[in-house]
Write a protein that binds this ligand. Structure first.
Ligand SMILES: C[S@@+](CC[C@H](N)C(=O)[O-])C[C@H]1O[C@@H](n2cnc3c(N)ncnc32)[C@H](O)[C@@H]1O
Length: 278
């Protein structure tokens, strides 16, 4: 786990820098009239890496007074409890929805902010349009929506496809791509007048050839399978050749290319607060 999270942390650090979150949340609060706490839904909250990284990296002091009513959604009660345990002021743990996004009660909400970060990989393709519709209809007028998810050709999705094909004989469902979720959100949001804007973050996870334990732990978490050894992964059909293609002999390291599709939803006439650096 630790091996993976040393890399996954980079994913969340970059998302913390992709927008000016402090002022974006303040603006969302102002747009609802400024009374009461900001209402936020974290879709597929997992272990709460995104909010815990924001709490470390972003100035959220302007939200201390109104506070943020931070609702969590995840089908896993373990994840709901873990994410709630990471929340600190101004994020105040509020409702917990033990549900998938596609099954979220349409009467729940609305929220001033809805976000889903590295969240919907396991969503079944046939549930995608219902999930996108629930995401968009959960947004209050003037609200802010944000999605971040690995792109089709990024390492997370490519290594999993190679694993299913080379080790699992094609059984299992490939992860859903950021492009697929972003397209479904666009289709659900644009007819309702939401402004949709998109950015792609590109970066690498780099592991030295000599860091074999780290590499094995990292790949196992990418594959959600603690079974295969590094030797087995390197020797497997499809997966082995993919991993060989990530080698950089000059650097003595594997370079795993990541690309993350980021989608922002804002009210008509409101620009999404992407930072200049993103
Ligand atoms: C990688 S984690 C999300 C990470 C998280 N956003 C963070 O900031 O740490 C993916 C989560 O999606 C949840 N999940 C799987 N299918 C889902 C669905 N259809 N709707 C909502 N959540 C789902 C899983 O239970 C898991 O906790």
């Amino acid at each position: 786990m630790e091996a993976f999270y040393s890399f996954a942390q980079l994913d969340y650090e970059l998302l913390a820098g992709v927008a000016d979150w402090g002022s974006a949340l303040v603006r969302a609060h102002e747009r609802r009239g400024g009374s009461g706490p900001l209402r936020l839904l974290d879709v597929a909250c997992g272990s709460g890496r995104f909010p815990s990284t924001l709490l470390k990296r972003t100035d959220l002091s302007a939200l201390e007074a109104p506070g943020v009513e931070y609702d969590l959604l995840d089908p896993s009660p373990f994840s709901l409890a873990e994410a709630a345990g990471h929340l600190r002021a101004p994020f105040a743990p509020a409702a917990r929805y033990e549900a998938t996004l596609e099954d979220l009660d349409p009467k729940a909400g609305p929220w001033d902010v809805v976000w889903a970060t590295h969240a919907l990989y396991a969503l079944h393709p046939e549930a995608l349009s219902a999930a996108a519709e629930r995401f968009v209809s959960g947004l209050a007028p003037g609200g802010l929506g944000f999605l971040a998810q690995g792109a089709r050709d990024s390492h997370y999705l490519t290594v999993y496809r190679a694993f299913l094909s080379g080790v699992r004989a094609g059984a299992g469902t490939p992860y859903l791509s950021g492009e697929a979720v972003a397209d479904a959100l666009r289709v659900a949001a644009e007819p309702l007048g939401w402004n949709v804007s998109r950015q792609v973050l590109e970066y690498e996870h780099i592991v030295g050839y000599d860091q074999t334990e780290l590499l094995e732990g990292y790949l196992r978490r990418c594959l959600f399978d603690d079974g295969p050894t590094l030797e087995e992964m390197l020797a497997a059909p499809v997966l082995g050749p993919y991993l060989a293609g990530c080698r950089d002999d000059d650097a003595g390291a594997y370079r795993f290319s990541q690309a993350v599709v980021c989608l922002g939803l804002t009210a008509r006439g409101e620009a999404f607060p992407w930072t200049a650096a993103s």
